[in-house]
Design a protein around this ligand. Structure first.
Ligand code: FE2
Length: 195
């Protein structure tokens, strides 16, 4: 460990703060989708996803309290931004919502995978939880990356150039990637500022 490097406790505190914010954002995204698509055939699956994210969020909130770590000060930003993004892409229809979900989850999955590697043999319980929450992302049927849905490959325009363009699908996917990347940048800001 070099001088200035975070201590193991600081490292875990950062991981928990970022994950808590991520689960909060995910919950808001699915709540935004639910507001638009709740009464459609996609409603039950989205409702299930909201419940899943609420459980993840509660679990990280418990960890924060237990270890006396402050949540990020940026939660109000995600409260609005996640919901607005989701509602806007959901207005494009079920496929739009799925494209958004898939893009966001792709980014979050990569993020959790890096955390798992970074934790190595430290904090086995936290690592196991991250692994479990990651696995949950690909199990629930019928929506985006969780299987059952057509996924990104099934969205015309996100799939192949020249095979016809689907502006709503592209737009939703692009918006999802942007919010995913944006949340990652914000996480890095949180980490560097120790917010
Ligand atoms: Fe989650």
């Amino acid at each position: 460990m070099l001088p200035g490097d975070p201590t193991p406790e600081q490292r875990v505190a950062r991981i928990l703060r970022v994950d808590h914010a991520g689960e909060y954002g995910a919950k808001r995204i699915y709540e935004g989708q639910l507001a638009v698509l709740g009464e459609t055939s996609a409603g039950p699956v989205i409702r299930e996803m909201v419940e899943g994210e609420r459980r993840h969020l509660a679990s990280f909130a418990e960890d924060l309290a237990h270890r006396e770590v402050r949540p990020t000060v940026l939660l109000p930003v995600w409260h609005v931004a996640g919901y607005a993004l989701a509602a806007a892409t959901a207005l494009l229809g079920r496929e739009g919502a799925m494209a958004c979900t898939e893009a966001v989850e792709e980014v979050i999955d990569g993020h959790y995978a890096r955390q798992e590697r970074a934790l190595g043999d430290d904090e086995p319980e936290l690592r196991e939880k991250i692994r479990e929450f990651r696995a949950g992302r690909t199990r629930a049927p019928g929506h985006g990356a969780r299987g059952g849905g057509r996924g990104r490959a099934g969205i015309p325009g996100a799939q192949a150039i020249g095979a016809g363009v689907d502006p709503p699908g592209d737009l939703a996917f692009g918006a999802g990637v942007m919010v995913g990347r944006g949340s990652k940048m914000q996480e890095q800001t949180v980490i560097s500022k120790g917010a």
